[in-house]
Design a protein around this ligand. Structure first.
Ligand code: MN3
Length: 212
């Protein structure tokens, strides 16, 4: 089942690689905490909130986020935060892969990144965006309905479902994503994350959305 189609009670899917598979770029301890504790907490919170609202238990994660204004007022903010936390983390983990499995960046990826003058320009702009996030949030590579790609940032566990942008790639810059290994040096974490991007998956998302 596609992860975005799952409904209450939400479950934590295993990582698509071993906890230590992203070493030395992202350490095993961070991955265990990030996946087993941080993501799990968002899942547990979301299930706990929806336990009292059986009428929304058949809604997929995306339905909840897209239609947040149709939920009872008292659960809109907690569902937005926790469902967002689940969605963002599942996508973030899915879009990384072990560096030793990484292939040379393909011509198709280069074409996708043309608006940034290629891979290097993309890395520079993504780094700048990720460093600019004040406090907790994400930097994203997104596509708009006109099929233009750009880089944006979001705060906390906001998702892109309130607008019309489609997520191609995201970088978690909450401190929990890097503090154990990189302490306060977010820039080094960002630099190393570029080595574990799953470009094939990103490209799949890009190609699929271009067709819509
Ligand atoms: Mn996180």
């Amino acid at each position: 089942m596609n992860e975005s189609e799952q409904t209450y009670p939400f479950q934590n899917f295993p990582l698509p690689y071993a906890y230590d598979a992203l070493e030395p770029y992202i350490d095993q301890k961070t991955m265990r905490l990030h996946h087993d504790k941080h993501l799990q907490t968002y899942i547990d919170n979301l299930n706990q909130i929806l336990a009292d609202y059986p009428q929304f238990q058949s809604w997929a994660l995306e339905d909840l986020l897209r239609n947040i204004e149709f939920l009872p007022a008292q659960i809109q903010i907690p569902v937005w935060r926790n469902a967002g936390g689940v969605y963002n983390h599942q996508l973030f983990f899915q879009l990384m892969k072990p560096a030793e499995e990484a292939e040379a960046v393909s011509e198709d990826v280069k074409a996708m990144l043309e608006p940034f003058d290629g891979l290097k320009g993309f890395q520079e702009q993504m780094t700048k965006a990720a460093l600019s996030v004040f406090g907790s949030g994400y930097a994203w590579l997104v596509m708009n309905p006109q099929k233009d790609v750009s880089i944006i940032t979001t705060a906390n566990q906001d998702t892109l479902f309130a607008g019309s942008l489609y997520p191609l790639l995201l970088l978690d810059v909450w401190e929990h994503a890097y503090y154990l290994k990189y302490y306060n040096v977010r820039a080094d974490y960002i630099k190393n994350w570029f080595s574990v991007i799953n470009w094939q998956e990103v490209l799949k998302r890009y190609e699929a959305y271009k067709e819509i």
